[in-house]
Design a protein. Structure first.
Length: 160
């Protein structure tokens, strides 16, 4: 390892500590995203592969942020990121996620009509997109479970 590559991790958690903090499911998701988007199977991700892999893991980074990530971890100026560095960069982001922001983001995926509520139609659409074969009765029961004002929709209140 070059001295510049070794220096990149000086202010960050060691890879061993990171591996201990991540759940096995999270480690598997990182591994799968890397493998899925490493199009030429060379063990490296270029800018486009990295951007899509990050998006698949729920991270919407700007072009500048992706380029900065590559620059931070690319020790040989090839504009590529290895699996180990991808794991480290993504693992850090997963550990530092804000749980409320994750809930907001997930809610927005359901609330595509921006009503601030999840309707039966919203829930049915998402279930279909995910390939979940739930009956209308099962979907209505899910809505009813969280329907605090009994209007047939579920709400989520965000505090600032």
């Amino acid at each position: 390892m070059s001295s510049s590559a070794a220096g990149n991790n000086g202010s960050k958690k060691g890879l061993g500590n990171l591996k201990m903090e991540l759940l096995n499911e999270q480690k598997q998701e990182i591994r799968e995203a890397f493998s899925l988007f490493d199009m030429n199977n060379d063990g490296l991700l270029d800018y486009h592969e990295l951007k899509v892999a990050l998006r698949a893991l729920g991270f919407e980074l700007s072009k500048r942020e992706v380029l900065d990530m590559i620059h931070e971890y690319d020790s040989d100026d090839r504009n590529l990121i290895s699996y180990e560095n991808f794991f480290h960069a993504v693992g850090e982001r997963i550990i530092n996620r804000d749980p409320m922001e994750e809930i907001r983001r997930a809610f927005k995926l359901f609330d595509d009509d921006n009503t601030g509520k999840i309707s039966f139609r919203n829930l049915k659409r998402v279930a279909k997109e995910l390939g979940e074969n739930l009956t209308d009765e099962e979907l209505r029961a899910m809505i009813d479970e969280f329907d605090l004002d009994e209007d047939g929709e579920s709400m989520f209140f965000f505090s600032s």
